[in-house]
Ligand binder design. Structure first.
Ligand code: AMP
Length: 431
């Protein structure tokens, strides 16, 4: 009889794959649910359930016999999880997932719990109140707008959508960013409005409820990954994130601007403290990643994710413990370990357009086949690789069977390496 503890993961993408690997390292077994039969995490799963995220029967099949349930996919319908919440041990609870699924709720929640956000308002507005001077303002406190239901947007005509957006833009001013409240990721479902001529195009997004945010002319972006057991919060060294086309390209640690060379500088320490307090104040447990904009030493909450984060891939080789292992420690009821950065590290995302370059790096290494090599899944030998391809160059390919531009196919961690060294020696190899 298998006496190992079992972690059930809702979602079989690369995050699930890396959670599964750490769960095995800690002696646990893993069950995975994903709608796609070739999902990356299935390569490491002890039990596989192919089914939709909103299929109660499939979810129950996944959770049955598990000791802890976690999610690596953000858009599992909250309503569905409610059905299984009382039957199985969803250790993080569903609150952080629910709070992160709607940008309006997410940002209102961040403010209520002490984090600054860019100014924002919901669009369409429920009802604009005309002030005496004729300016439009929102009902109630514009700092904490009232959420509206998803159905309210679909009935708007094109002219109404444009008019709603014009009014909202006149309240916030330009430049600003319109984002769909739900299901947005990696720059999908958003439009920057810099001038009146952008409004008509952007208003197309208003077929569903949106949020309009002030554009923050930030100096740079950063993220912090935290894990809490409900008592203490540990955090991984803050990463400085460089995006290309709305998708994370590089994560650099220590984050230039937030570190003094030994640890976090004053701004870095403030960020870690504020985000830790936020997590405690919300009562969240398990893992939470917070993405921030940094401007003049000040920081603004952009969004959060109650799952391992793309920027946190660097922790696998860059830190004494990694985000996946600490999540598993939490899920298995084991003590959390405080991570220490081992050396300056750069993580490069491998999107479809970079896959050939990544494979070439692996092939170069295979010719001299070092002991660091590990192929996750024999079926995908060509495409699934996790290992050291050259000194300090760790290539992770997720084994996705279909590659396309902008799809996350893998990542490479370079450590020890600074951003300057990366730019000098490696940047040219990628698109
Ligand atoms: P998001 O999906 O909200 O993380 O947005 C994707 C990317 O768009 C962010 O990483 C930023 O680079 C950019 N972005 C989003 N919101 C804003 C904003 N309010 N001001 C400036 N840039 C933004």
């Amino acid at each position: 009889m298998d006496t190992r503890k079992t972690i059930a993961i809702i979602g079989g993408g690369q995050l699930g794959l890396m959670i599964a690997r750490e769960a095995h390292y800690l002696g646990a077994s893993v069950a995975v649910l994903d709608p796609a039969s070739d999902a990356p995490a299935f390569a490491q799963a002890d039990r596989r359930v192919v089914g939709a995220y909103d299929d109660i029967k499939a979810l129950e099949e996944l959770c049955e016999g598990s000791d802890a349930v976690t999610y690596e996919f953000e858009n599992v319908p909250g309503e569905i999880l409610r059905h299984i919440e009382n039957k199985y041990d969803i250790r993080q609870g569903i609150a952080p997932l629910f709070d992160s699924q709607d940008r309006l709720r997410e940002k209102s929640n961040a403010r209520i719990h002490g984090l600054k956000t860019p100014e924002f308002i919901p669009v369409p507005a429920i009802d604009f109140i005309r002030t005496e001077d004729g300016e439009g303002t929102l009902p109630g406190n514009p700092e904490f707008p009232v959420p509206m239901s998803a159905g309210d947007a679909s009935s708007l005509s094109k002219a109404e959508r444009v008019s709603q957006l014009e009014q909202a833009v006149s309240v916030l001013g330009m430049p600003c960013v319109l984002k769909t409240r739900t299901m947005g990721y990696d720059g999908h479902g958003q439009a920057v409005i810099r001038g009146d001529s952008d409004i008509e195009n952007a208003s197309e997004l208003l077929k569903v409820p949106c949020i309009l945010e002030k554009f923050v002319d930030f100096d740079y972006e950063a993220s912090v990954v935290m894990v809490s057991d409900g008592e203490k919060v540990i955090h991984f060294p803050i990463g400085r994130n460089i995006h290309t086309g709305g998708i994370l390209d590089l994560c650099v640690v220590p984050a230039p601007g937030l570190s003094d060379g030994h640890g976090e500088n004053e701004t870095g320490a403030k960020i870690a403290e504020a985000c830790g307090n936020f997590m405690k104040s919300c009562g969240y447990k398990g893992i939470l990643a917070v993405e921030l904009f940094i401007k003049d030493g000040d920081f603004y909450f952009n969004e959060m994710a109650p799952r391992p984060h793309n920027s946190g891939h660097y922790t696998i080789e860059g830190c004494s413990t990694n985000q996946y292992r600490e999540l598993c420690h939490f899920l298995l009821g084991q003590p959390l370990e405080t991570p220490v950065l081992l050396a300056p590290t750069v993580m490069k995302n491998i999107l479809g357009q970079d896959l050939e370059a990544a494979k070439a790096i692996v092939a170069e290494s295979l010719r001299g086949a070092g002991p660091g090599l590990r192929v996750d899944s024999p079926e995908y030998v060509d495409n699934a690789f996790c290992g050291e391809a050259g000194k300090g160059v760790y290539v992770h390919l997720y084994g996705k069977t279909q590659s396309r531009p902008k799809r996350k196919m893998g990542h490479i961690t370079f450590t020890p390496m600074t951003l300057e060294e990366f730019n000098e020696h490696w940047a040219d190899r990628f698109v």
